[in-house]
Design a protein around this ligand. Sequence first.
Ligand code: HAM
Length: 430
Amino acid sequence: MSKEKFAGVKGMNDMLPQDAAIWQTLQSTAVGVLERYGYQEIRTPILENTKVFTRGVGEVTDIVEKEMYSFTDSMNGDQLTLRPECTSAVVRSVNEHSLLYGATQRLWYCGPMFRHERPQRGRYRQFHQLGAEALGMAGPDIDAEMIIMLGRIWKELGVGEVRLELNTLGALSERQAHRDALIKYFEAHKDLLDEDAQRRLYTNPLRILDTKNPDMQDMVNAAPRLLDYLGAESRAFLERMEKLVSAAGISYVINPRLVRGLDYYNHTVFEWITDKLGAQGTICGGGRYDPLIEMLGGRPAPGVGFAMGMERVIELMRECGRVPVRTQTDVYVIHHGGDTQLQAMLLAEAMRDLGVRVIVHPGEASIKSQMKKADASGAAFAVFATEDETAQGLVAVKALREGAGAFAEQTTVPAAEAAAAVAAAVKAGC
Ligand code: HAM
């Protein structure tokens, strides 16, 4: 037999059992907040037709140009892509099922996304996003509410100060005027443009503002700002949104160079950034994308949304010491001699009826070795179903941790009362 030991795919991680509690805490905390704002879950497939993303995210974006896992379905020739993000997929689904006819939608999702990026701390090829999309609502109140909701999520997660950067991409006509000005400006500074910027000069000059190249920073900082091209309506939109966000006590900075890496945005764009995670400090990004629903074949309707990178938020929770402790079980049942295994299994069922987490020792072993397993399981209580005691209709209970309250000393109780007594002790210790 082959002895080859397999490794996972580069940039794609296993979530191991010791990390389950922190993932669950993140999801349940965030979803708890989302539900208080009226959001409902949507699940879309991990695979979509490639066009959903080339049209949605945009042909000349990093994601579409070089990061998508795309392939031809060998069964029927379909061009498919593992989703690099979920906004386009949610909009595809909302259009397909006519969810916006005469209605608005507040939707959340959570799951794996795939981008063929260079793996490093905080950047993976399979990563997880928890995101939300508010569809069919045009006003700045919705953008503001979404930002306020995210502020509440960070607060309830206990991750401390996360910096909010805001910008506006205005309306299409304003962007066009700004784009023309940008191209003129960059043409005048062509000698300073790196290869990437040269390539984007006429296809996506806005993205040049996003450059990390230190040699281009001064030139880019002095580039024409979209804020100076905004008409009265876009200005009013931004001001109203800022007013609502400030009134909720959320501080932010306007970053005129924040353009985001996806093409579907207009008006508000935002990112939440932490300094605690090194280079990949953006834990959440989002914005308004009024053109997208129509771009993907739907009746024109506005939308705004966000997605947080769960791996990054989890690392931040760890940095802030927010690591929940959750043991594997509350009770470990030890059995020894005769058919005490059967008694143990019935007693365990009775405890589970009362909501207690129970592990029954598998198979047979000495009491000493079962005790070791009980200890290692993290259980608060051990229940002993031994031959002599069960013959008299009794079992013994012992607390395994200091401060467990009841059963500090090993105590014998009637088997018929054991489930209720242990359940009460577990509850009292919670
Ligand atoms: P995005 O900025 O591409 O936006 O991704 C959102 C977040 O996902 C990032 O801020 C980051 O935390 C996380 N993320 C992105 N790529 C990786 C990676 N390779 N490894 C780990 N984490 C990553 C979107 O995806 C938009 N769909 C957000 C949105 C929703 N806009 C409107 N609605």
